[in-house]
Write a protein that binds this ligand. Structure first.
Ligand code: NDP
Length: 329
């Protein structure tokens, strides 16, 4: 079988593409440019015969995916901007997130009757209620929705990103309800995603948002341990595995799934880094070693565990492997 993976150049997508290739699938990746196509081919050079690339310059354009969807059996839609400091929210966030999502669903329905499942890389952003803060003791489930409104969406860059993911997921479910396509949709909802970087990155200054969030802890730019903006995370390899399972499991049709390891704090990350990488002690803030994570919301993963068969690797493994991957760049 062949799956189309949109945004194949990304941090998460590199692991998603690798997971499908390892499982014997052919993958067609979409990227924005020839340069990016060459980099993606390089990343997956061991599976060259199973990988093809399709160039989609602007995912927000009408009919952007009409050609790319032809001939595949399923679609994994990961392409969406993850930036917390956009200037033009409409152009940089809302249009690519929302129109990108509806346009791939429309392309599949109109141009490829063989597509049976579309898995969308959503986000815990569309579940979290940011106005509730740390919400100690609260357990988020798939029944929760970020209540953000169109009016509130432009409050700041962070809210705008969360809103872009919320509106995009809502648009996907609305599309299914209104148009009743032959395929089913599954959305995966990871909180912050950390883990080894395997995609092409020009240099450490061009890391994706969640990787840069860890990299700043080791590069000397933070003299104090930063305060968390988000409190829940999951490993990128587990997120990739979830995409394959969500594609394969019939019972995932029409479902959303939270993916989650545990709460975290940057203090905890700095403690692990300073212990496991003595050479980074000078550039990693010390803070208050061993300080506990404040009481904070958690995420219920029982649905992903029971229906998809998910397992989540422990936090320390994620952080050690993440930092090791930075040292290689
Ligand atoms: P990356 O920035 O590494 O990847 C984003 C991907 O989307 C890239 O392939 C990028 O292409 C593509 N993309 C972004 N904007 C556009 C656009 N306007 N037009 C075409 N392509 C675009 O981030 P991640 O891998 O982290 O993100 C992948 C997905 O995971 C996103 O949907 C994100 O919302 C979601 N997610 C990520 C989390 C995280 O912590 N990392 C947490 C929860 C969800 P290009 O390489 O050309 O820029």
């Amino acid at each position: 079988a062949t799956v189309l993976v949109t945004g194949a150049s990304g941090f998460i997508a590199a692991h998603v593409v690798a997971a499908f290739l390892r499982n014997g699938y052919n993958v067609r990746g979409t990227v924005r440019s020839e340069k990016s196509a060459a980099e993606v081919r390089q990343t997956h050079a061991d599976y060259a015969s199973q990988l093809s690339i399709s160039i989609v310059p602007d995912i927000a354009a009408p009919h952007a995916f009409d050609e790319a969807v032809k001939g595949v059996n399923g679609i994994i839609h990961t392409a969406s901007p993850f930036v917390l400091n956009a200037n033009d929210y409409e152009k940089e966030l809302f249009q690519p997130a929302i129109q990108g999502t509806t346009s791939i669903l429309k392309a599949a329905q109109e141009h490829n009757p063989d597509v049976r499942r579309v898995v969308i890389t959503g986000s815990f952003a569309s579940v979290l209620d940011p106005s509730k803060g740390l919400r100690p003791g609260y357990v988020y489930t798939e029944a929760d929705w970020n209540p953000v409104t169109v009016e509130e969406a432009g409050t700041n860059g962070s809210i705008a990103y969360l809103a872009s993911k919320t509106f995009a997921e809502q648009a996907a479910w609305k599309y299914v309800k209104d148009n009743k396509p032959n395929f089913s949709v599954t959305t995966l909802l990871p909180p912050m995603v950390f883990g080894p970087v395997v995609h092409h990155v020009k240099d450490v200054d061009s890391l994706n948002t969640s990787s840069a969030d860890i990299y700043r802890l080791i590069n000397g730019s933070e003299t104090e341990v930063p305060v968390n903006a988000f409190w829940a995370f999951v490993d990128v390899r587990d997120v990739a595995a979830a995409h394959v399972l969500a594609f394969e499991k019939p019972e995932a049709a029409g479902q959303r799934y939270l993916l989650y390891t545990s709460p975290y704090s940057y203090q905890q990350f700095c403690d692990i880094i300073r212990e496991k990488f003595p050479q980074l002690r000078e550039t990693t803030p010390m803070g208050t070693p061993g300080a506990p994570i404040p009481p904070v919301y958690t995420l219920d993963t029982s649905k992903a565990v029971q229906q998809l068969g998910m397992k989540f690797r422990p936090l320390e493994e994620t952080i050690v492997d993440t930092v090791e991957s930075f040292l290689k760049i």
